[in-house]
Design a protein around this ligand. Structure first.
Ligand code: FE2
Ligand code: FE2
Length: 251
């Protein structure tokens, strides 16, 4: 049995795309590439974490075919909320879980359990948030300043997401879990930071790994932490970074 992760499918079986770039290069037939990788790698007892930005559809109705595609993928599917997932109102997560009961699980203000070969692990997570500018650059591309109002607004969103993540950890702890994999849609730090409220929370609860997505394109792949930092493994698992091959998280 294995646990896999990948984010940012940005499916559009129904929703109309605004930019042709979303269908070119690594994005060309990406849903077909991902499906083939999943069918090769993932068995029916495995678990697949989908780390947000599932669909361009704005309502559940507009995501119907995208959900159908996700449900047909092998393994148990657990979904995290991304910034583009307009169909997913946080306050209505329970309704979403009921609607897809037995088919899909939704990670928000709760946790899921993965039965790893060396013991149970709690999967905790939330969308997260990072300040993404605008940044002001000099001629050599160095950051010389940034939009402070936008940063102040971002701090509020970061605080709210950190609160949601804390709820997720606390629920798992209350049920006796002590091993954690922490999931975020946004990267845990922005390009100005080496640590954040999210990295500190991962350290506080001794998360074994932090897996995040959201960063698209060569210029964004190294915006945040990769590899081991303060004893925790960080992995970017956005679909275009992984070229649509799910990341194996653990057995
Ligand atoms: Fe995305
Ligand atoms: Fe995103």
């Amino acid at each position: 049995m294995s646990l896999y992760a990948l984010g940012d499918l940005h499916l559009h079986f129904q929703a109309e795309l605004k930019s042709p770039a979303q269908m070119q290069g690594v994005w060309r037939n990406h849903e077909e590439k991902f499906r083939r990788h999943c069918e090769t790698l993932i068995g029916k007892d495995d678990t697949l974490l989908l780390l947000g930005d599932h669909s361009w559809g704005r309502t559940i109705g507009e995501c119907e075919l995208d959900f159908r595609y996700i449900q047909a993928l092998p393994g148990h599917k657990i979904l995290l909320r991304g910034n583009h997932d307009m169909f997913w109102d946080v306050k209505k997560t329970d309704a979403l879980s009921r609607r897809f009961e037995g088919r899909l699980q939704f990670l928000q203000n709760n946790y899921q359990v993965y039965h790893a070969k060396d013991g149970d692990v709690a999967l905790v997570g939330t969308k997260g948030y990072t300040f993404e500018g605008p940044f002001y650059l000099n001629r050599s591309g160095r950051i010389t300043g940034w939009d402070e109002d936008a940063e102040a607004h971002a701090q509020k969103l970061v605080a709210r997401e950190a609160e949601r993540l804390e709820i997720s950890f606390q629920k798992a702890i209350a049920d006796g879990y002590r091993r954690f994999i922490m999931l975020l849609h946004y990267p845990p730090t922005n390009i100005l930071e080496r640590e954040s409220i999210f990295t500190r929370m991962a350290e506080k609860y001794c998360a074994e790994q932090v897996i995040y997505a959201h960063c698209h394109g060569e210029t964004r792949f190294h915006d945040s932490l990769e590899g081991t930092f303060h004893g925790i493994e960080y992995h970017l698992a956005s679909g275009d970074y992984l070229k649509w091959k799910p990341l194996k998280v653990m057995d």
